[in-house]
Design a protein around this ligand. Structure first.
Ligand code: AMP
Ligand code: TRP
Length: 337
């Protein structure tokens, strides 16, 4: 039986975090046998907010190498850099012209991010890319007709928009896209900030104690977990509403150990927060040590470059075919005599 296709990407705005790993990467890796995986480094998404050239370069390299270090197998999965497949931006423009301003302004991620950038000059300092980026995301997806798009909870709304755009284009111009389903993991689709567990763990957080980066020094990681915000009850229970800090640590443990939450709760029953932090630290450090060892091996070889060339080649073939269809159906192609 033919494998179903799955596609996902991660934005290059900073260091890959434990949130990215648990919410995204870990799932890509575990699904690559069952599905035909396409995974890309979303570097075009990485410039929606200002970023310096050197930082961007470092993030791209760091991310692709981590993809492989975390276990993506180039023989099974197609891994590529978004900007190396030009069709993404071409389709994004066609879709932009079929999207309304209202639709984009309603996106919660845009609202959250743009509020922070609003100034006395109104919207003068909000980059337009921040508004239109969900359309680029829709293009990323629709070029490949994936059956599923594995993402964290924060991306649900963007997948919804993608589905709407696919249907709109099909109705307007004729069948060109299939409508993808989102795919969110049962555990760990939202890992929270260690210092403020009401927010998701984000690589763009200002305080480095807020997140664990996959390439962090493991001694730093131990300190970060030790200083994670909990509460004063000293009762270990999964209750995200009333005990967000403790629940977040339990989620990390459950996701990495691959043990159901009720089992995890049983394991920690009667123990104190010191023990919880110690054990979470142990599993996280074991994971990072493993990833970092493979990361360093890969950095010293040419393998990654070769895998990326092959990945882009494969992706381009599919994207080009889809784009030709779109140009034909929308009337954009110039037909020569
Ligand atoms: P981003 O880093 O925002 O580009 O996200 C890349 C992928 O990682 C998306 O599928 C996100 O939903 C997922 N992700 C990012 N941060 C977290 C988090 N704190 N917890 C779980 N998943 C996350
Ligand atoms: N916007 C996604 C994020 O920030 C990353 C992304 C870009 C993506 N294009 C995508 C995810 C296409 C899935 C499919 O998490």
């Amino acid at each position: 039986m033919e494998k179903k296709r799955m596609l996902s990407g991660i934005t290059t705005t900073g260091q890959m975090t434990l949130g990215n790993y648990i919410g995204a990467m870990k799932n890509f890796v575990s699904m690559q046998d069952e599905f035909e995986m396409f995974v890309f480094v979303a570097n075009l998404h990485g410039i929606t907010t200002p970023i310096g050239k050197e930082d961007l370069r470092r993030n791209i390299k760091n991310m692709v190498t981590l993809y492989f270090a975390c276990g993506l197998d180039p023989k099974k999965s197609t891994v590529f850099v978004q900007s190396e497949v030009l069709e993404h931006t071409l389709l994004a423009w066609v879709l932009t012209c079929n999207t309304t301003l209202g639709e984009l302004q309603r996106m919660t991620q845009f609202k959250d991010k743009s509020v922070k950038m609003k100034s006395e000059n109104g919207t003068e300092f909000i980059p337009t890319g921040l508004l239109t980026y969900p359309v680029l995301m829709a293009a990323d997806i629709l070029l490949y007709d994936p059956a599923f798009v594995p993402v964290g909870k924060d991306q649900k709304q963007h997948i919804e928009l993608t589905r709407n755009l696919a249907e709109r284009m099909n109705n307007k111009f004729g069948e060109m896209f299939s409508t993808p389903e989102e795919f969110t993991p049962k555990v760990g689709s939202k890992i929270m900030d260690l210092q403020d567990p009401s927010k998701k763990m984000s690589k763009s957080a200002e305080n480095p104690k807020s997140f664990i980066a996959l390439l962090d020094d493991v001694n730093e990681v131990k300190k970060k977990i030790k200083s994670a915000v909990t509460d004063s009850e000293n009762i270990i229970k999964y209750d995200p509403e009333n005990k967000p800090g403790v629940s977040n640590l339990l989620t990390i443990y459950s996701a990495l150990k691959e043990v159901e939450m009720n089992e995890v709760e049983k394991h920690f029953e009667g123990k104190d927060y010191g023990v919880l932090k110690e054990e979470v630290s142990e599993v996280v450090v074991a994971l990072l040590t493993d990833i970092q060892t493979r990361y360093n091996q890969l950095l010293g070889s040419d393998e990654v470059d070769n895998w990326l060339n092959e990945g882009a080649e494969k992706a381009r073939k599919i994207a080009r075919k889809k784009m030709t269809k779109v140009l034909n159906l929308t009337g954009l192609n110039y037909k020569r005599k």
